[in-house]
Structure formats: C-alpha cells, structure tokens
Ligand binder design. Sequence first.
Ligand code: ACO
Length: 422
Amino acid sequence: MAETITIIDDRTGKQITVPITEGVFPSAALRELDPNLRMYDPAFLSTAACKSAITYLDGEEGILRYRGYPIEQLAEKSNFLEVAYLLLNGELPTDAESEKWTYDVIHHTMIHENMRKRFVDGFHYDAHPMGMFVSAIAALGTFYTDAKSIDETNSLAKQTLRLIAKTPTIAAMCYRFSMGLPFVAPDNSLDYSANFLNMMFRIGDDYRINPVLTKAMDLLFILHADHEQNCGTTTMRVVASAHADPYSAAAAAASALYGPLHGGANEAVVRMLQDIGTVDNVPGFIADVKAGKGRLQGFGHRVYKNYDPRATIIKKAAYEVFEVMGKSPLLDVALKLEDTALKDDYFVSRKLYPNVDFYSGLIYQALGFPVDMFTVLFAIPRTAGWLAHYAELLHDDDQKISRPRQWYTGVDARDYVAIAKR
Ligand code: ACO
C-alpha cells in the first residue's frame, strides 16, 4: 500500500496527496490547499521542525543512540571527549584525530583573566551558579573578534573548541566564586573530567582525584551530551537560525535548561527525597501524588514511555560512587519509591518510569556538588550537543530563520480611545 496521506479541504473540495516518509509528511504541501491554512501545534507535539542525523530516540522502546551508537555502549566503552567529537563530526575519531582533539581541548581550557576579575567578580555574593554560567557563556563570545565568523568553517570549529574546552572552567569558576574560594586554574596534565573536578574541589596541595569519581563524572557527561530536539536544543536551533554567534545561542539554550521543567528536575528530586526523609513515609507520599498533591519528581517524560535508558546506567553508577563516598541515606528512599511506583497502576497505566534525573542528583550529591550546581553540570556536556545542532542547522538547505505563525485570538480592529474617556 502507498505510504501517502490525502488531505481534503472540505470547505473547497480541494485535496492533496503527499508522501509519508518514515512517519513524516511535508506539511508545506498544505499551502497548496490554502496558503493561509495553519496547523495549531502548541509545544510542537506533532511537529518535526528539522531533519537531524545526530541523535536517535525511541521513547516507546527506551532507545537512545548518538550517531547510531547505543548509549549503553558509549557509556561502557567511550569517554566524554570522544563522544563530543562523535556528536560534532558524525564519526568516532581515529587514534590521531582523538589525540589532536584531546590536545586541542586541553590547551583551550584557560579563560581570559578579565572574565574572572571583572566579570564574575561583579556578581552578587549569593548569585545562583546557573545564572552566572548563562551570563558568562554569552560574555565569553565578546572576547573573540572572530566569534561571529560562523560562515568560515575554521572559525566555527575554533568557537566550538573554545566553548567545549572552557565551559568546565567557567562552571568551576562560578562555583568557587559562590563559595568564596580562590579560583583553581586548569591543569593540562589532567583529562577533561579530572580537570573539572580538580578546578571544583582542590583546596591545598594534597587533593587527589579518585579515578572512580572521575569515571562517574565522565559517564554523567556522556549521558547528558545530547537528547535531540528538547527545549534547550530547540532554543539553540532557533537562535542559530538568526545566525547569532554560538556563544549567544549556547547562552540562550542554557537559559532554557535552567527552567525547573527541563534541567532543574534533578534538583527537585533531591529536595523531594529530603522531604520524604525515611522509607516509612514513602506509601503516604505516593498516595499524595496519586491524589494530585504534587508530582513524583524524576518520573515521567514527554518522549520516554518506557524506562529512560540513561536512568538504568546512572542507577548502576550510583552504587560505584557510593562504595567510595559512602551510601547516601536518600538512596533507600529512592529505591523504595521506584519499587512502589513501578508496582502501582497509577504510574504503570500512565507509562511513568524513572527518567535520567531520578538518580543523577544522588550521584552529584555524593560527588560533593551542592544542589545549586546540578543544572550547571548538565549544561557542560550538553554544550557539545548544542554545538552539533548549531552546525547541522547552519548547513541544512531546508532551514531558514525560524518564524512560526500564530493563531490570533485578540480583539478585532478598534479605534484608539483618549485617556480621559477610558
Ligand atoms: N508524577 C505523577 N504524575 C505524573 C507525573 C509524575 N512525575 N508525570 C506525569 N504524570 C501524570 C499526569 O498527572 C497526567 O495524568 P492524567 O492523565 O491523569 O492527567 C499524565 O501523567 C500525563 O502527564 P503530562 O503532564 O501530560 O505529561 P508531559 O509529557 O506533559 O510531562 C514531564 C512530562 C514534564 C516530564 C512530567 O512527567 C513531569 O512533570 N515529571 C516530573 C518532573 C521531571 O522529572 N522532569 C524531568 C524530565 S527529564 C528532563 O528534562 C531532563
């Protein structure tokens, strides 16, 4: 049978038949029926706004792949910088490519002294690290005269390298500022994740980074590196479509991520577990959720209607971190919550399963990060995904500046009323 769809405009009797390719049909064909016809699709629930070859996600089956590689294999065998290279270039690096990429990233981790002395030092003492991060990413672009030369391949590659290399430095700097601690400069002898932990936590000369914790940090970076057209990435693409520079676009994407419905959920999970307090309180909490008094944070997803594959990997990693750092008292509460919810028809019938945030907050906490830093930890690796989408959009001939249409619901034309007569 033909893979087509026929749409009839009952007002005029006109009809069009368009092909369906892999479940998608080109809605531009609707303009043939009536150029003023609009599709109303709030939050893009049924709209594919772009073609993308970066990340594949099947929410019904719980599948996530970067450039075709299953997330489980990347989590087990790869490392974050290799994954970033894969997202940006489409292929895993060869030995030589990997060596050059790693060297280049490590040698671009420094930031201009004025970023710290003049910019970051200007924040109020209790500024939220994510607010500082968003602003600092936008400000970073002002240090490079070639930031806007996005049509030149070499220049765009340079900005991409700078952003990936410098986001951990900026993140750590924001944290150290908020703690009143002196800034720790990047150390070129350390790998990406170890360098980040060192910039975050080094106090004095005897700080040693435990390789288990570095591995866990790197794993969390891999799992958060991309997730196709989520709110932040869509923001990145929309801003990129106006040909804004990648620093400004990444700052916009990070702002979207800052929202509690997006990158802020892991923070909400930890606060929820703290509120529940003990395993005994779990049944009562679940009953409250079912009665509509709040949500079970870290459960449910717009796309996953099955176990989020990242949640499975993170849960396993959590145990490895707890072996080193001691078990979080909140782990038992989380396990009991998960077990109770997965046996309860309310959650089962709505296909609500643990998402990436259910266990990630517990690991972040065990690694020593304050709750305020959780979204920043998400933004660091997601920068790689954002930049891959930025470049893909710029090179996509189907794309133009984003400009959705609206369904106007305001009042009709009327005459201006003088203030004395209102
Ligand atoms: N706890 C209890 N009930 C829930 C939950 C939850 N966590 N999530 C969804 N539901 C219920 C809704 O009440 C609704 O029930 P109804 O059909 O009886 O009205 C049904 O499940 C469908 O929920 P929607 O809100 O329509 O689903 P949507 O796709 O819009 O929401 C979301 C997805 C925002 C993630 C939601 O599941 C949620 O709020 N989860 C908790 C917050 C969270 O963990 N966010 C992280 C997402 S992952 C990320 O951004 C990295």
